[in-house]
Design a protein around this ligand. Structure first.
Ligand code: AMP
Length: 521
């Protein structure tokens, strides 16, 4: 099924339901569908055919969802671009994806004028008329045609979303997510992540729609529930909490760093967030200490997901029911896990030769399901490497316990090898973050003439609290094997993070490894 039909069907059955709220602007499903249809017609008028690609570069706004759904309906690949990237990266993605049209919000007019010569294959830039003579006006493209559109008859493996990931090396890669993938993702959301999700639900988009939050919009639209889009350009905890209270928000996606910002903000106790049924977090590790604090402050609404661009939204999930603080050691241990595979997802652990490892043994996490991407756009080598033997190789290390819970340790490139021992930074981070003076921590391997690598913890402190390097190292020795304790601690104001709030370990490592060769590839 064309994933765009989710909107067509919701508009037919629930035309008056609130589809999108953005500041004081509100659109019903009938209005949202009509505008997406008009845009799909407009794109056809510009010569965009089924199978062509259209890039979308916008701050979160209703037009972003309209553009994505117009592309789905027209059978085009949509490429939502992360608005926080560098203009050079915008140009790379637009060129690499061979986008015919780029739809932007007016804030990007200037940037697009600057890179216009670098993206010669683009026929049209749709924005606001006054920006430049060569730009087309979004509303003019929209109103040019009828508000009826026959959703394209696609094949399930046609590309619906080209999801550019930062990748581990070199240029970003475009994960080809098909209509089948997005539909499987949607059905999984209803079955596992948010059972009972329906037209009365309200989803808040506080993270970029070009990534996780955009994925959530799809099941939200499929059930004619409301999408509340914040009109702020960055994550503002108080605004988020205020909106949850005002709109009676029931579900939201947040990266772990966003959850931390929410619970560290005094506003968490000022606003009523009891309407939240599922606060879905993931995309990066959530240390148990932070998770327990979030559970105490936000109540029984947390659900964890583990996924990646190549298998959107989720591979495994830790349900509401597993988020309990009942003191039972087996149950408490699960808080450190990424949960169990979703109902229709297979996960196993393999060694470097792709042999399946027994339960409890650490290796690379691989997965197989209808969620797994078709491959990387125009990159057969990377596709063959990542989709080896029919399984998606995630590049993440972990093990599965006797009950089927996945314990995700680290990306294989973050593994530290010291004196031939494999050391998983997450285990050490879980300890250090328990120290009351520590706000955030990242553990990395740094060059060591004797051991190959040694362990350094980069730490930021809670305001007005202090701890010395020796005290923190002693604190580790109390909790973990001596060989895993950091040899040094680096104190910093802030840890470097990427646009989605993930800690940039590569950047931290670079400082130490410049001019040297890491053992870890
Ligand atoms: P992206 O493709 O940008 O969404 O990044 C996906 C990567 O984020 C995964 O391969 C993991 O390394 C990491 N990740 C995603 N979810 C989790 C999670 N729940 N816990 C720890 N790491 C995660």
């Amino acid at each position: 099924m064309n994933i765009g039909k989710l909107l067509t069907k919701s508009a037919r059955t629930f035309p008056e339901n609130l589809a999108i709220a953005y500041g004081s602007r509100e659109l019903t499903y009938a209005e949202f569908n009509a505008r997406a249809n008009r845009l799909a017609n407009g794109l056809r008028g510009l010569g965009v055919q089924q199978g062509d690609n259209v890039a979308v570069l916008m701050y979160n706004c209703p037009e972003m969802l309209e553009s994505m759904f117009a592309c789905f309906k027209a059978g085009c690949g949509t490429i939502p671009i992360n608005f926080r990237l560098h203009p050079r990266e915008f140009a790379f993605i637009i060129n690499h994806s061979e986008a015919k049209v780029v739809i932007i919000s007016p804030e990007f007019n200037e940037v697009l004028v600057d890179i216009r010569d670098d993206i010669p294959q683009v026929s049209y830039i749709v924005s606001e008329a006054e920006a430049q003579e060569s730009f087309l006006d979004y509303d003019a493209v929209l109103s040019a045609e009828s508000d009826r559109f026959e959703d394209a008859d696609i094949a399930p493996d046609d590309v619906a979303w080209l999801f550019y990931t930062s990748g581990t090396t070199g240029q970003p890669k475009g994960a080809m997510l098909t209509h089948r993938n997005l539909l499987a993702m949607t059905m999984n959301f209803y079955a596992d992540m948010c059972p009972g999700f329906g037209p009365n639900d309200v989803a808040l988009h506080a993270a970029p729609l070009s990534h996780g939050s955009g994925c959530y919009a799809i099941p939200t639209i499929g059930k004619a529930a409301a999408n509340v889009i914040l009109d702020t350009k960055s994550f503002e905890p108080e605004q988020v909490l205020k909106t949850i209270e005002a709109r009676r928000v029931t579900t939201m996606f947040a990266a772990p760093t966003m959850i931390k910002l929410l619970i560290d903000n005094p506003a968490v106790d000022l606003y009523d967030h009891s309407s939240l049924k599922s606060l879905n977090y993931g995309g990066a590790p959530m240390l148990v200490e932070d998770l327990m604090e979030a559970m105490a402050k936000l109540g029984p609404c947390l659900v964890q997901l583990y996924g990646q661009a190549e298998s959107p939204m989720t591979i495994t999930y830790l349900s509401h029911d597993d988020h309990v603080l009942n003191g039972d050691p087996a149950q408490m241990k699960r808080l450190a896990s990424a949960g169990i595979p979703r109902t229709d997802v297979e996960v196993k652990i393999v060694d470097t030769d792709d042999n399946e490892l027994p339960l409890g043994e650490m290796g690379e996490i691989v997965t197989r399901s209808d969620l797994v991407m078709r491959g990387y756009w125009r990159d057969p080598e990377a596709t063959a490497e990542t989709l080896r033997n029919g399984w998606l190789h995630t590049g993440d290390m972990g093990y599965i316990d006797e009950s089927g819970y996945l314990f995700l340790m680290d990306r294989s490139k973050d593994l530290i090898i010291s004196g031939g021992e494999n050391i998983y930074p997450r285990e050490i981070e879980e300890v250090i973050v328990q120290h009351p003076a520590v706000r955030e921590v990242a553990v990395i391997g740094v060059p060591d003439p004797v051991w190959g690598e040694s362990i350094t913890a980069v730490v930021s402190l809670v305001a007005e609290k202090e701890v010395t390097e020796t005290e923190l190292i002693d604190f580790c020795t109390e909790h973990i094997a001596r060989y895993k304790r950091p040899k040094s601690i680096d104190f910093v104001e802030e840890l470097p993070k990427n646009n989605y709030g993930k800690i940039l370990k590569r950047e931290l490592r670079d400082k130490y490894w410049r001019g040297k060769t890491s053992q870890v590839i």
